[in-house]
Write a protein that binds this ligand. Sequence first.
Ligand code: NAI
Ligand code: 15L
Length: 260
Amino acid sequence: MKRLLLTGAAGGIGRAIRPRLAALAEVVRVSDLRAPANPGFGEEAIGCDLADKDGVLDLVKDCDGIIHLGGVSTEDSFDRIVPANIVGLHNLYEAARAHGRPRILFASSNHATGFHAQDQHLDATAQLRPDSLYGVSKCFGEALARMYFDKLGQETAIVRIGSCFERPTDLRMLSTWLSYDDLVSLISCVFRAPHLGCPIIWGVSNNDASWWDNRLAAHVGWRPRSNAEMFRPELEKTGSPVPSVRLQGGSYPAAPIPDV
Ligand code: NAI
Ligand code: 15L
């Protein structure tokens, strides 16, 4: 690729993967609300609010691929979620339409399906059961991606990320952890696949305790290698609490719906 756009580049995942995207594109356009500081070799930094339609149109111009991480990433008020995750996503897809439909990797979340019980094994056909307004916004993003694919052929990998951090930090993450290594290898598969379509892919490492099954996205060719199980003894020792209601979304399903 000549130019790859990374939104949400100043966030936790963005900062972790940025240095490793150089292998995919000559130029990585890193963007966040404010232009990320200290762009590295081969990076161009642009500040853009996803809610700014014209700004997003410029942002996407000349890009051959988009990794879309930007937006509100946890439960929040409806007023804060709407501009970033609803309006922002629509702006992104409209900009992609205007600029030749570059392939998109959309960071969805396990909170789109967080009300499923932890003893359920889910594949891409699982019913949406969002556990939060945040999860509802990811359901909107998934539906929008699918509509742009069905109407226009816009390709998107809908990646329902579990818990993407340096390492798992509680017992739930023995099931949900996605290592940075595995995310980077997934990104590579998504942008190199000859044919992508609009698959739903569970963004989860090869965890013994995983609840999710990616066989319906086998054509993407992704083979995650990390396994959270190696952290089990340590996590069990620290006695991270096991909640009595064991739903996949962890603490999200029981949390109140935020005001406004
Ligand atoms: P983060 O909150 O650290 O980063 C998100 C970035 O988006 C921030 O730098 C923020 O400034 C930016 N942003 C927020 N509103 C914006 C707007 N209106 N315009 C432009 N930029 C805006 O989140 P993290 O953990 O890096 O996650 C990245 C993406 O992956 C998010 O979309 C999140 O929902 C998704 N995800 C992350 C998971 C995880 O375990 N880290 C799990 C599931 C999904
Ligand atoms: C998410 O969607 C969030 O972005 C992240 O902060 C974690 O809460 C993660 O899900 C998770 O479920 O562990």
